[in-house]
Design a protein around this ligand. Structure first.
Ligand SMILES: Cc1cc2nc3c(=O)[nH]c(=O)nc-3n(C[C@H](O)[C@H](O)[C@H](O)COP(=O)(O)OP(=O)(O)OC[C@H]3O[C@@H](n4cnc5c(N)ncnc54)[C@H](O)[C@@H]3O)c2cc1C
Length: 445
């Protein structure tokens, strides 16, 4: 491939909600919310610069500002009392090099991945939805599944960040090993990530199929066998019924395709396309029933052109060391009566260990236990401490972008590189320009 292939498409308006002019803050701007609508941002000031130079200027002048991606976090990590800055109007320029691609931080995976595939290259994994921005996803250690797959941030090879003084700083894995490992899962705290360089590999196909009616006994008993069954495996369950328990298999056509069995660990091969929540229409879901398609079409569970998941929901996700997963399965089965009134569905996925300081998979092969809840924050606030207490023996790390109730001191104790991360943040942002209430509470105390 040509060493420098550039694509320039029109800037796509992805923000949703009202915005203010580049410099201004107008009191008439209606409240803006996150994707799920459970959070109204605390500021009506949103900067939307059109060039990197404008980003630098905004940051230099602002007293406080918080980078904003595609607004898919459920908690206040992206919120600000002062101002937010979105890169959605920056040019969509994609540049290829040998084995890597450099993309704007605000580009959504859904915009990027068909283009990558057209060029014959692929990413190693994707999240359940393609609607999220690359910088926002990597900043919170967003992940897909697969015991050999690191989270999406592990594909990052380089970044360009506008720091608090407005300088554009380049970091790369090759030349800035230590600082780089701290900066990638940056939690929006080092500055505005304007570009991200991602590892690519030759394009590959995925085959997807689903097993229904999986006995819950099998999930605990054969957890390792199930999760190593294919390139990417997800288990969906309500922790209570065989009927709601599904195994989604995403095989790589170039690695692990075997004849499809009718039965797997007691589950039956689905003869129809399904949604993880069986009662919901499967229209929004990616193709199943043994469909073979390029990686970007089948690694997510949901299609770009539809609303992912259920929409009106909350989410929680906790990460444990892989060896603890079967025990966690049993704990969750034991508390299914408590979970059930709020729980739409749970998903269990695997993530390979990495070296990124603030990653939820830092230093340990991990299993993520995810919960999609009905949108009842009051009830969830009461349930979260019970859930987290039950899982306390497993040293859980909560997903940075989802709902959790853990005390800041406990959360901080789960990250052995936290002090190094704080020092790195202070280097990029000595005055705390990018801090918000969330990072102040959970990272700095
Ligand atoms: C329906 C649904 C499904 C999901 N599925 C998954 C899943 O499969 N796996 C998973 O792990 N997570 C999942 N998530 C969570 C989601 O991936 C994360 O919350 C992710 O951070 C969202 O990215 P975003 O672009 O919307 O970021 P935002 O929510 O806008 O921001 C997130 C953080 O990134 C920072 N940030 C954003 N842009 C920049 C930038 N340019 N420079 C510096 N910092 C920046 C913000 O300051 C903030 O701290 C899901 C969420 C939803 C709503």
């Amino acid at each position: 491939m040509d060493k420098r292939t550039f694509l320039q498409t029109a800037a796509v308006l992805i923000g949703g909600g009202a915005v203010v002019p580049f410099w201004g803050c107008t009191p008439r701007v209606p409240a803006r919310t996150n994707w799920a609508g459970n959070l109204t941002y605390s500021t009506n000031q949103l900067y939307r610069p059109r060039t990197v130079e404008e980003v630098q200027e905004v940051v230099q002048r602002a007293a406080r500002v918080r980078p904003l991606g595609s607004r898919h976090c459920f908690n206040t990590i992206a919120d600000s009392q002062h101002a937010q800055l979105s890169l959605e109007l920056l040019p969509r320029k994609v540049a290829f090099d040998e084995g890597t691609v450099s993309v704007p931080g605000s580009m959504r995976y859904g915009e990027l991945v068909p283009f990558l595939n057209e060029q014959g290259v692929a990413l190693h994994n994707l999240a359940s939805l393609p609607h999220i921005s690359v910088a926002g996803a990597c900043a919170t250690a967003t992940h897909g599944s697969g015991v050999t797959n690191g989270n999406l941030a592990t594909a990052v090879q380089g970044m360009e960040i506008v720091n608090a003084s407005g300088e554009l700083v380049s970091l790369s894995r090759e030349t800035d090993d230590q600082r780089f490992a701290g900066a990638v899962v940056g939690l929006g705290s080092l500055g505005v990530v304007t570009r991200v360089t991602l590892n690519t590999e030759p394009s590959y196909d995925i085959r997807q199929y689903v097993y229904l009616d999986v006995p819950l006994d099998s999930v605990g008993q054969y957890f390792n066998e199930i999760s190593t069954q294919a390139y990417s495996v997800s288990i969906f369950t309500d922790w209570q019924t065989t009927e709601s328990t599904q195994i989604w298999i995403k095989e790589r056509a170039d690695q692990d395709m075997e004849p499809i069995e009718q039965e797997l660990f007691g589950g039956q091969l689905a003869d129809r396309k399904v949604h993880p929540v069986l009662a919901l229409s499967a229209e929004a879901c990616t193709e199943q029933m043994g469909a073979v398609a390029p990686w970007h079409a089948l690694l997510p569970h949901f299609k770009m052109e539809f609303t992912p998941s259920s929409g009106e929901e909350l989410q929680t996700e906790v990460f444990v060391a892989r060896e603890n997963a079967p025990a966690v399965v049993e704990v969750l089965r034991g508390m299914s009566d408590q979970l059930n009134p709020l729980l739409m569905i749970s998903e269990v996925r695997s993530i390979k260990a990495d070296d990124l300081w603030m990653s939820t998979a830092y230093g340990r092969d991990s299993v993520a236990f995810h919960f999609t809840w009905y949108q009842d924050w009051e009830a969830l606030q009461a349930l979260l401490p019970i859930l987290e207490e039950a899982l306390h023996p497993f040293d859980i790390r909560p997903h940075w972008g989802k709902n959790f109730g853990m005390e800041p001191a406990v959360l901080r104790s789960r990250y052995e590189k936290l002090n190094d991360f704080r020092a790195l943040v202070n280097e990029f942002d000595p005055s705390g320009k990018f801090r918000n209430t969330f990072t102040q509470r959970y990272l700095f105390g």
